[in-house]
Design a protein around this ligand. Structure first.
Ligand code: NAD
Length: 293
């Protein structure tokens, strides 16, 4: 049985992810409070959403009246009390720092109505760590949207050992209400599904390169033309940041103690040189990038 539609949503954090998740909520008919500690972040978020809706209207995806109605469902505030006090569902999308998120969940637990579900959009922090900061661990889960949320359809809903079935069903239901496609992970695991598979592809690509089997450029061509991926693994590493690839692997190595999880030599070399990819102008490729094949 589908859970009831969510009517009152609160999104905490109006950055890259939060403001678009809030827009999805408003488009799905939820009265949506958006909370951020920074008034400037709220202003940026508001104008970004207005610009997005204007483009959708221009392209005929939405009528002007529907866009205005959706934008009218958004309420912007720097007060967590104001934003969360009547929420049925809260999605947290603040900065990726465990202590900040823990403190926030403790406050949310005090402010949000007792039946409300508290979800985190974190890519790396397991929701069990946040659930432990509340008196409602059964009502906590990960709800992992992809960047940019208005475009990317997938949502990974991840249960921790105490997440209730009704909570998971409600998170799946809200993702569908927002027009997304949710998948359910019944156990928490770092990287969830997508980032683990992506990491495996990247690791194999680096192994083939380091073994001298093919150039990294040719491996990118092989993956794009043979698997129809829009980007090759090395292009993707440059886009996401080689520093991120390095830190993710160091974290995995720290967690498992398995030397096989250590970042590969060619990643470490680039990391140590500060060649992080697009953001530094040099990574695997030098930017502006060579014409794509
Ligand atoms: P961001 O830095 O763009 O935005 C974070 C926002 O949170 C900022 O506007 C900041 O002012 C606000 N904030 C910080 N502490 C706060 C608090 N205590 N209360 C209210 N607001 C607070 O970050 P982002 O890229 O949107 O990432 C947010 C979360 O989404 C992270 O947990 C991250 O793991 C996850 N995520 C990010 C991506 C991505 O590609 N950026 C993808 C999936 C998931």
């Amino acid at each position: 049985m589908e859970p009831e539609a969510v009517r009152r949503l609160c999104v905490v954090g109006a950055g890259t992810m939060g403001h678009q998740i809030a827009m999805l909520g408003a488009l799905a008919g939820c009265a949506t409070a958006v909370v951020d500690v920074s008034a400037e972040a709220l202003e940026r978020a508001q104008s970004s959403n207005r610009a997005h809706m204007a483009r959708w209207v221009q392209r005929g995806r939405l009528t002007e009246a529907d866009a205005e109605r959706a934008l009218g469902r958004l309420r912007w505030t720097t007060s967590l009390e104001d934003g969360a006090r009547d929420a049925e569902f809260v999605i947290e999308a603040v900065i990726e720092r465990l202590d900040d998120k823990r403190a926030l969940f403790t406050r949310l637990d005090r402010i949000a109505p007792a039946p409300a579900i508290l979800a985190t959009n974190s890519s790396t922090i397991r929701s069990s760590l946040l659930a432990a900061a509340t008196a409602r661990p059964g009502q906590v889960c990960n709800m992992h949207f992809f960047n940019p949320p208005l475009v990317m359809e997938l949502v990974e809903v991840v249960m921790h050992p105490e997440t209730g079935e009704a909570t998971a069903a409600a998170a799946m239901g809200l993702a569908r209400q927002m027009g997304r496609t949710p998948v359910l992970l019944r156990r928490e695991i770092s990287g969830f599904v997508v980032n683990r598979i992506l990491a495996a592809i990247m690791d194999e690509a680096v192994r083939l390169y380091e073994a001298g089997i093919a150039s990294f450029e040719d491996i990118d061509v092989a993956v794009k033309k043979g698997l129809r991926h829009p980007m090759g693994p090395f292009e993707l590493m440059d886009m996401n940041g080689i520093d991120i690839a390095y830190h993710v692997r160091m974290q995995r190595f720290g967690e498992t103690g398995d030397p096989a999880q250590r970042p590969a030599r060619s990643i470490v070399e680039r990391y140590e040189r500060g060649d992080y990819g697009r953001k530094t102008g040099r990574g695997w490729y030098t930017y502006p990038p060579p014409p794509s094949s």
